[in-house]
Design a protein around this ligand. Structure first.
Ligand SMILES: C[S@@+](CC[C@H](N)C(=O)[O-])C[C@H]1O[C@@H](n2cnc3c(N)ncnc32)[C@H](O)[C@@H]1O
Length: 293
């Protein structure tokens, strides 16, 4: 398949997920990220709970395919959405495969809360959501409220200095907040053939398309340094760690010998967290907010 048709297929997949509910057919091809699966398994073992009583909450669950997948494994998986459109699609998808749609709830924008009880989940996670969160403080407070004492979680998101911005698939455009520089970088990327070819920009001239990508980045992405994100989690009393765990490494057996070389795990963590994807594991150590970083 050529690069262009690859890009069009990827675009069509994303467009389908944002506009149509998932189906039993699309779910067959769906795989949960290894890091997420490994951390759920590890946390459940540490909590000494069986699968059916292990309660999971997916913050920003999108179309809720992960929830359906985890439910098929037997987990008591729930999720929340901030977007009413995604919330409707998620519920339709779950209902379509015979699951209870009420396991997905809508964020109350005025309170920043989901209509679920305090400390009712063993594991609270988000996948590719944190880079879209404008109010970080409210987000971490809600993650903390949902997590039971001793509970854990994982937050997977593209790092601020990732070379290619994940949504518009252009290099460096999110490294700056300056709109003129961003627009120039976007135009340069388009001129070099790096147009993500969104459905909505298909019929636009390059100039108009560039403005659409710029507006999306400005309105819907909020990249932050990891130090700021860690501090926000720690302020509410959630411990943070970005080191790969034995379980994550065990999922990739070919990496195991490399990870026995002393500096390599640290180097791999540094490069990934800085320039690719951040995998931040959390643990609710106590009930009291602590202001220590
Ligand atoms: C890129 S999608 C990821 C969806 C899903 N987690 C996945 O991996 O397929 C980001 C989702 O986060 C949601 N979102 C953005 N800000 C949010 C917030 N503050 N709280 C909860 N969800 C949020 C958006 O509505 C969107 O559905």
């Amino acid at each position: 398949m050529s690069r262009i048709s690859n890009r069009m297929k990827r675009r069509d997949d994303i467009h389908r997920l944002k506009t149509r509910p998932f189906t039993a057919e699309t779910l067959k091809e769906f795989r949960v990220k290894q890091a997420l699966r490994a951390e759920i398994d590890r946390s459940r073992r540490l909590a000494r709970k069986d699968i059916s009583s292990f309660r999971i909450f997916d913050v920003g669950c999108g179309a809720a395919q992960t929830i359906a997948y985890l439910r098929a494994l037997g987990y008591d998986a729930w999720g929340g959405e901030a977007s009413p459109q995604q919330f409707d699609l998620a519920r339709q998808g779950l209902e379509g495969i015979g699951l209870d749609p009420s396991v997905v709830v809508l964020l109350d924008l005025s309170s920043g809360k989901y209509p679920v009880s305090d400390r009712s989940f063993d594991f609270v996670y988000s996948d590719n959501v944190l880079e879209h969160v404008e109010n970080l403080e409210s987000f971490v407070q809600e993650v903390d409220r949902l997590t039971r004492t001793g509970g854990r979680g994982i937050h997977i998101f593209p790092s601020r200095l990732k070379l290619i911005e994940a949504h518009v698939r252009m290099p460096f455009v999110h490294w700056t907040l300056n709109s003129s520089v961003r627009l120039a970088l976007i135009r340069l990327s388009i001129a070099m053939g790096m147009d993500p070819l969104w459905k909505k920009t298909e019929t636009m001239c390059p100039r108009e398309a560039a403005k659409t990508y710029l507006q999306y980045l400005n309105d819907h992405t909020f990249y932050r340094p990891l130090s700021e994100i860690r501090l926000a989690f720690r302020r509410v009393g959630l411990g943070c760690d970005t080191r790969p765990t034995r379980d994550t490494i065990a999922q990739k057996p070919f990496l195991a010998p490399l990870f026995r070389i002393p500096v390599l795990p640290k180097l791999a963590e540094y490069l990934s967290v800085r320039f690719h994807t951040t995998i931040l594991r959390t643990e609710k150590i106590n009930n009291q907010p602590n202001n220590k970083a």
